[in-house]
Design a protein around this ligand. Structure first.
Ligand SMILES: Nc1nc2c(c(=O)[nH]1)N[C@H]1C(S)=C(S)[C@@H](COP(=O)(O)OP(=O)(O)OC[C@H]3O[C@@H](n4cnc5c(=O)[nH]c(N)nc54)[C@H](O)[C@@H]3O)O[C@H]1N2
Ligand SMILES: Nc1nc2c(c(=O)[nH]1)N[C@H]1C(S)=C(S)[C@@H](COP(=O)(O)OP(=O)(O)OC[C@H]3O[C@@H](n4cnc5c(=O)[nH]c(N)nc54)[C@H](O)[C@@H]3O)O[C@H]1N2
Ligand code: SF4
Ligand SMILES: [Mo]
Length: 830
C-alpha cells in the first residue's frame, strides 16, 4: 500500500504510527491548542490535580450506547476520559469500551478535517464528476465554501426543483441540534429539509430490525439490564462481548446466577467463547431454524395456551383478505378514541373479534370466555380463521428435519434449542445484526415473536423476544419541523433513481448530494455501485469530522466538530441517563457544528428566519416540555453538569407489556403490511406472517456457488465503531490492518497460510488484504472486516464485495448477503 498523505495534516499515516507512543501522538498533532472552554468545570468527583478541569459529557460513538463520560482538560487540551460516575445502583452500568477511551485522541487524529476544502478541478461549469475521489484538494475559506454550497443549492433548486437536492445520511449522530435521526430529525437538518422540500436519502443498515420490530410489530422491548433476570440467554447473530458491552455486563450477572448462554453464529466470537453451547449455523438460514423450533414446540405440547389466548394475537380472527374481523363486521359502529398526535384526528375504536368456544360464535376479544386458538369458521357468509391457524398452515413445511438441513445443523441441535427455549425460560434472545443483514432477514423478527408467543416468553422480567432499545426521554420534536418532509427515500435507491430519473412513477432528477452524519461509501453495501452513482451528480458536499471514504468523493468538504466541541442532546443511551453533550473545549481548527453550517447556508439563501433562535433556545424548546421539567429533566438540570436520570425510565418501563401495540397484544402477524418506501410494489401475503425465504445471493443452492463457493459475512469490530476510529493511532497500534477471516480448511485448499495477503473477489468487486486463518469460523464462510477505509487495503475495498440489492418491502442493506472466492495474492506486501 502506498503511503497515505493527509491533505491537510502533512503527516503520513505510516510515519505517524511509527513515531507515536500514543500520548506523544496526541501532542504531535494537536498543534497549537484550543482555548480553554468557557464551560463550567465539573466540580463533583473532579480530579484534584492543579490545572485540570473535569467535564461531564458523552461519547458520540455510533454504537448505540452513547456512554456518559468524564473528560479531563489540561491547558486547553483534552488529555483523558473515564466512564462517568452514576448515582447509587446505576453506577454498575458505567463503562467505556476501548473506542470510548480513545476519544481524546480522536480530536487530534491524523484524518481529522481541519479546514474547508475544495476539489481543485471542480467548477459549476465543469463538475468533472468522474474525477471525484482523486484527492486533489485545495484549502478554501469558510466564506468561499458557504458561497459555493449555497449557490449550488439555490441554483439547483431553482433550475430543477427542490427535490433535486438530496441530503444523504446514515447514523453518525442522533443529536437534536446536529444529528440526522431518521434522516431528518434535528434542528440543523429537519428545519431546512421541511422548509425547502429537498429530498432525504436515509440509511438502510438495520432496517430489517428497525422496521419489523419497531414499526410493524411495535415492540419496544425490555431494558438491557433485564438480561440479568434471564435463565437462558441466546446470543443469536450478535456478539455482545464486543459490540454491546452494556448488555454483556448483564449477561455476566445472569451467568453468575446460573443462566445458560447459547451463541448461534457462524463465527466463534468472543461471546461464543464464553458460552455453554455454541451453534455454528449456516449464514442466512436463521429464519428456518426459528420456524423449525416453532413446529417442534407445537408438536411436543410445549405451547402456553393461556398466554396465547389472552396476551397474543393468536385467537384474533382474520378475513380472507388478511385483515382483522372486527366488531364493525358484526354491525357495531366504531367509536372515537383519543386524538392521534400525528394526524390530529381522533383514533377509531373498532375492537378485534375472536371465536368464543362458549357461544360457538364471534365475540369481542375482551369479552370472550374461551377464545378458540385454532380453526376456520364462517359467520353470515364471511369466512374467517384465527391468526394462529393461518400461521401454522403457512409454516408447516419447516419441520425440525428440514430446518436442520437448511441450517447445516444436527436435528438434535434444533430440538435442543426448541426445548431449551420452551422449558428453560425466561429466555433473553440477544439479536443484533447477524440475523438482519441478509436480503430477506426481516422475517426473522416475526418468527422470534412467534416462538415468544407460543411459549409465553414475553412481557415478564428476563423474557426478551429480541434486543430492543429501552426507554428514551421524550423531546419536543415539533422543533425539527417547519412543514412536511417531501421525499424520504432509502439512500440505496440512489443508483436506480439516477439511472431512471424517476421515483414511484414520478420524475426525480437528483443533481446534488449533501452527505452528512454518515460514511455511506464505506458503510452502505454495494459501495462500487454507489461510488459510480456519486460520480454522476453535478455537486457533492460532505460535512464530517474526518476525511472518510465518503468525504473523499466530495467536491466541497466542511469540517465538523467532534462531540467534545459542542453542546447537544439525545434522549436515548445505554443507561437511564439521557445523553447530554457538554461543550468541553472550543472547536479545534476551523471546525463548525452542523447547525452553524446550516445557519450560514440559510443566511445566504435569504432564509435566516428558519433558525431564528440561539442553540440554547432551541435546546430549551426541545427539552423543556412541561412533563420533562416536572420530571426533573429540564435543560437547566442537564446543563448543571450533574447526572440527570430519565424520569420516564421506571422499574415498570423496563419490561415491555405490549400495551401500546395496535391490538394491545404481542403481535407476530402484521395486518396491513406497508413497505418502508412505497413505489407501487406488490406486497406478498407472506409479509403478514412468520416466514422464511433464503437469502438473495448467499444461499447454499445458489448455482453461483460453483464460481464463488464461499459465503460472506461480517462483524462489528472491537477496534472500530463502523468507520469511525479508522485512523485513530492507539487503535491502529492494536489492530494495524484489515484481516479477512477464513477457515483453516478453506485456506489449506487454496494454499493460503496465516498472514498471507489474499485477494477476495466476486462479480461486484474485490479487495486485497491479509488473511487470518482460523478454526473460529464455519468452513465455507469468510468474514470481511467492517469500517476500514479504502487507503487501508492493499487494493480494492471489502465493501465492494457487497451489493445494492434490497428487499423492496423493508429496503434494508444486506451486508452479509454475498458469495465470493479467495486466492493468494502475488502482488507483494502492503
Ligand atoms: N460490511 C459491513 N458493513 C456494514 C456493517 C457490517 O456489519 N458489515 N454494519 C452496518 C451497520 S449495522 C451500520 S449501523 C452502518 C453504519 O454506517 P454509518 O452510520 O455510515 O457509520 P459511521 O462510520 O459511524 O459513519 C458516521 C459518520 O458520521 C460522522 N459524524 C459523527 N458525528 C457527526 C456530526 O455530529 N455531524 C456530522 N456531520 N457528522 C458526524 C462520523 O465522523 C462518521 O464519518 O454500517 C453498516 N455497514
Ligand atoms: N465495537 C463495535 N460495537 C458496535 C458497533 C461497531 O461498529 N463496533 N456497531 C453498533 C451497531 S450500529 C450495531 S447494528 C451493533 C451490531 O451488533 P452485533 O450484531 O452484535 O455485531 P456483530 O459483530 O456484527 O455480530 C453479528 C454476528 O452475527 C454473525 N452472523 C453473520 N451472519 C449471520 C447469520 O446469518 N446468522 C447468525 N446467527 N449469525 C450471523 C457474525 O458472525 C457476527 O458474529 O453493534 C453496535 N456496537
Ligand atoms: S460503547 Fe460506544 S458509546 Fe460507549 S465508549 Fe464505546 S464507542 Fe463510546
Ligand atoms: Mo447498526
Amino acid at each position: 500500500m502506498s503511503e497515505t498523505k493527509s491533505p491537510h495534516g502533512g503527516l503520513t499515516r505510516r510515519s505517524f504510527l511509527k513515531t507515536t507512543g500514543a500520548v506523544a501522538g496526541v501532542a504531535a498533532v494537536a498543534g497549537t491548542g484550543a482555548a480553554l472552554a468557557p464551560a463550567q468545570a465539573h466540580a463533583e468527583g473532579a480530579a484534584a490535580v492543579d490545572g485540570e478541569q473535569v467535564f461531564r459529557t458523552s461519547c458520540r460513538g455510533n454504537c448505540g450506547s452513547r456512554c456518559p463520560q468524564e473528560v479531563v482538560v489540561r491547558e486547553g487540551k483534552v488529555v483523558r476520559t473515564t466512564a462517568a460516575q452514576l448515582p447509587g445502583d446505576d453506577n454498575v452500568r458505567r463503562r467505556l469500551c476501548v473506542k470510548g477511551y480513545t476519544q481524546p485522541q480522536r480530536l487530534y487524529e491524523p484524518d481529522r478535517l481541519k479546514y474547508p476544502l475544495k476539489r481543485a478541478s471542480w467548477s459549476p461549469e465543469n463538475p468533472n464528476g468522474e474525477a471525484r475521489g482523486n484527492g486533489d484538494w485545495e484549502r478554501i475559506s469558510w466564506d468561499e465554501a458557504i458561497d459555493i454550497v449555497s449557490t449550488q443549492i439555490g441554483t439547483i433548486m431553482e433550475q430543477h426543483g427542490p427535490s433535486s437536492v438530496a441530503l444523504w445520511t446514515s447514523y453518525g449522530s442522533n443529536n437534536v441540534l446536529n444529528g440526522t435521526s431518521a434522516g431528518f430529525m434535528s434542528v440543523a437538518y429537519g428545519r431546512f429539509i421541511t422548509s425547502t422540500g429537498i429530498t432525504v436519502l436515509g440509511a438502510s443498515a438495520d432496517y430489517a430490525q428497525l422496521k419489523t420490530q419497531m414499526s410493524d410489530l411495535a415492540v419496544t422491548g425490555n431494558d438491557c439490564a433485564d438480561i440479568a433476570n434471564a435463565k437462558t440467554i441466546m446470543a443469536w447473530g450478535g456478539n455482545p462481548a464486543e459490540a454491546y458491552i452494556h448488555d454483556w455486563q448483564f449477561v455476566c450477572q445472569a451467568r453468575e446466577k446460573g443462566a445458560k448462554l447459547i451463541t448461534i453464529d457462524p463465527q466463534f466470537t468472543a461471546s461464543a467463547m464464553h458460552s455453554d453451547v455454541y451453534v455454528p449455523i449456516r449464514p442466512g438460514t436463521d429464519g428456518a431454524l426459528m420456524l423449525g423450533m416453532a413446529n417442534y414446540i407445537v408438536e411436543n405440547g410445549l405451547v402456553d395456551e393461556d398466554f396465547m389466548k389472552q396476551k397474543t394475537v393468536s385467537p384474533l380472527l382474520i378475513k380472507e383478505d388478511g385483515t382483522y374481523f372486527r366488531l364493525s363486521d358484526l354491525g357495531v359502529e366504531p367509536t372515537e378514541g383519543p386524538i392521534n398526535p400525528y394526524t390530529g384526528q381522533p383514533s377509531v375504536i373498532d375492537p378485534n373479534v375472536v371465536w368464543d368456544a362458549a357461544t360457538d360464535g364471534p365475540v369481542a376479544a375482551a369479552k370472550a370466555a374461551d377464545p378458540v386458538l385454532l380453526g376456520s369458521f364462517e359467520h353470515e357468509g364471511v369466512a374467517v380463521q384465527t391468526v394462529y391457524q393461518k400461521t401454522l398452515d403457512s409454516i408447516k413445511e419447516y419441520t425440525v428435519e428440514k430446518a436442520a438441513e437448511i441450517c447445516d445443523l444436527p436435528v438434535e441441535t434444533v430440538e435442543m434449542l426448541a426445548k431449551t427455549y420452551a422449558t428453560e425460560g425466561p429466555v433473553a434472545v440477544l439479536t443484533y445484526q447477524g440475523i438482519g443483514h441478509h436480503v430477506n432477514s426481516h422475517h426473522n423478527y416475526k418468527n422470534l415473536s412467534l416462538i415468544g408467543a407460543l411459549t409465553g416468553n414475553a412481557g415478564k422480567p428476563g423474557a426478551m423476544l429480541f434486543r430492543a432499545y429501552g426507554t428514551s426521554m421524550p423531546t419536543n420534536s415539533a422543533e425539527y419541523m417547519l412543514g412536511k418532509v417531501a421525499l424520504n427515500i432509502c439512500g440505496m435507491y440512489l443508483p436506480q433513481i439516477l439511472e431512471t430519473k424517476q421515483w414511484a412513477g414520478k420524475d426525480l432528477d437528483i443533481r446534488m448530494l449533501f452527505c452528512t452524519n454518515g460514511n455511506m461509501l464505506s458503510c452502505e453495501s454495494g459501495r462500487a455501485q454507489l461510488v459510480e452513482a456519486v460520480k454522476k451528480v453535478d455537486f457533492v458536499v460532505c460535512a464530517d469530522v474526518n476525511l472518510t471514504d465518503t468525504a473523499r468523493y466530495a467536491d466541497v468538504l466542511l469540517p465538523v466538530t467532534h462531540a467534545y466541541e459542542t453542546e447537544d442532546f439525545d434522549g436515548g443511551g445505554s443507561t437511564p441517563f439521557p445523553t447530554y453533550y457538554h461543550k468541553v473545549i472550543d472547536p479545534l481548527y476551523e471546525c463548525k457544528t452542523d447547525l452553524e453550517i446550516m445557519r450560514l447556508i440559510a443566511d445566504k439563501l435569504g432564509m435566516s428566519q428558519i433558525y431564528a433562535k440561539s442553540d440554547e433556545e432551541f435546546l430549551r424548546a426541545i427539552i423543556d416540555t412541561p412533563a420533562n421539567i416536572a420530571g426533573g429533566c429540564g435543560y437547566d438540570d442537564f446543563h448543571k453538569d450533574k447526572p440527570v436520570k430519565n424520569y420516564a425510565f421506571t422499574e415498570k418501563s423496563m419490561v415491555d407489556t405490549f400495551a401500546s401495540t395496535p391490538t394491545q397484544r404481542l403481535q407476530y402477524y402484521i395486518e396491513k403490511p406497508m413497505p418502508r418506501n412505497n413505489f407501487g410494489q406488490e406486497i406478498a401475503d407472506y409479509e403478514r406472517l412468520p416466514h422464511y425465504e433464503h437469502a438473495n445471493e448467499a444461499y447454499w443452492e445458489n448455482p453461483l456457488r460453483e464460481k464463488y463457493p464461499l459465503m460472506g459475512c461480517s462483524e462489528h469490530p472491537k477496534y472500530h465503531v463502523h468507520s469511525q476510529c479508522a485512523h485513530t493511532p492507539w487503535l491502529r497500534e492494536l489492530e494495524p490492518e484489515p484481516l479477512l477471516k477464513v477457515n483453516a480448511s478453506d485456506a489449506a485448499a487454496r494454499g493460503i497460510e496465516q498472514g498471507d495477503y489474499v485477494r477476495v473477489y466476486n462479480d461486484h468487486g474485490f479487495a486485497v488484504l491479509k488473511a487470518r486463518v482460523t478454526e473460529g469460523i464455519k468452513p465455507g464462510v469468510v468474514s470481511i472486516p467492517h469500517g476500514w477505509q479504502a487507503d487501508q487495503f492493499v487494493e480494492g475495498h471489502t465493501q465492494d464485495l457487497t451489493n445494492i440489492f434490497m428487499n423492496d418491502f423493508v429496503s434494508n442493506s444486506a451486508f452479509y448477503d454475498f458469495l465470493c472466492e479467495v486466492e493468494k495474492y502475488e502482488g507483494g506486501e502492503r
